[in-house]
Write a protein that binds this ligand. Structure first.
Ligand code: HEM
Length: 222
């Protein structure tokens, strides 16, 4: 236990915690995106998938708590690394303009804050139904489509998915650095993988609010 605390206290320990939790969150996002996309063919598919997940009973709660812990670790490590970097600097930069960093890198922190706000809203929207206009227990596909019929809501989802795409793009790129795979010979592969994962995951999610905005996704289905 003491060893774990010592690792967490070091900069490299926090970076590894951030990378590890990030990788597991990417896997969750990939599976969540694929299951959501089934609503485009038939909303019943999503109901069946949700019923299958609920059949695990208390284990589903273990998975939910695990997911929450991963988000907590990821955010805490990011926050503490920022504080450590600020503390290590005796004076502020003369010029704040990033010279090398991409737009995605510069928006990591605010993007992260938006994603956390989104997660809270999203759970109240689709899991508890508190912020849903007409929530029906167990009708997950229908709830998804009905909840996406409001233009401001669909736009909020679309903007957040674009932010998640940027976050993933820079995050996947950085994880290689943390894991020590940062040789120039690997740069093309790193860059390619970062772009592909960001486009596939964010693009797959984006299909849903965009289909709703374009009137392709409607309830009752056409
Ligand atoms: C267009 C994008 C998205 C749509 C349409 C969507 C849809 C849904 C729906 C319908 C549910 C309820 C599932 C159920 O009751 O079984 C749900 C749950 C959830 N979503 Fe999303 N989601 C999207 C993006 C995201 C993103 C980007 C994240 C994370 C950053 C996320 C995290 C979650 C979490 C944590 C739950 C709760 C899971 C549970 O408690 O069982 N979702 N989502």
């Amino acid at each position: 236990m003491n060893r774990l605390v010592a690792i967490w206290r070091s900069t490299i320990g926090k970076k590894i915690a951030m990378a590890g939790s990030g990788i597991l969150l990417v896997l969750f996002l990939l599976s969540h995106m694929i299951s959501n996309a089934t609503v485009l063919s038939d909303p019943k598919h999503l109901d069946d998938y949700a019923a299958f997940l609920r059949s695990f009973g208390p284990l589903l709660w273990v998975a939910r708590l695990g997911l929450l812990a991963l988000v907590g670790i990821h955010v805490a490590a990011a926050w503490q690394l920022t504080q450590m970097a600020r503390g290590a600097r005796t004076a502020d930069y003369d010029r704040r303009e990033a010279q090398v960093a991409t737009y995605a890198a510069r928006t990591m922190r605010w993007g992260g804050v938006l994603v956390v706000v989104f997660i809270v809203y999203h759970i109240l929207h689709y899991t508890t139904g508190t912020l849903h206009p007409d929530f029906r227990e167990g009708e997950v596909g229908r709830n998804l489509i009905v909840g996406m019929q409001s233009v401001p809501v669909a736009l909020f989802y679309a903007v957040t998915m674009l932010t998640i795409g940027m976050h993933l793009w820079h995050g996947v790129w950085s994880v290689f650095q943390t894991l020590g795979v940062s040789h120039p010979a690997w740069d093309r592969t790193r860059r390619g993988l970062a772009v592909v994962l960001a486009v596939v995951i964010a693009g797959g999610f984006l299909l849903i609010p965009l289909s709703a905005l374009l009137g392709v996704l409607q309830w009752p289905p056409r």
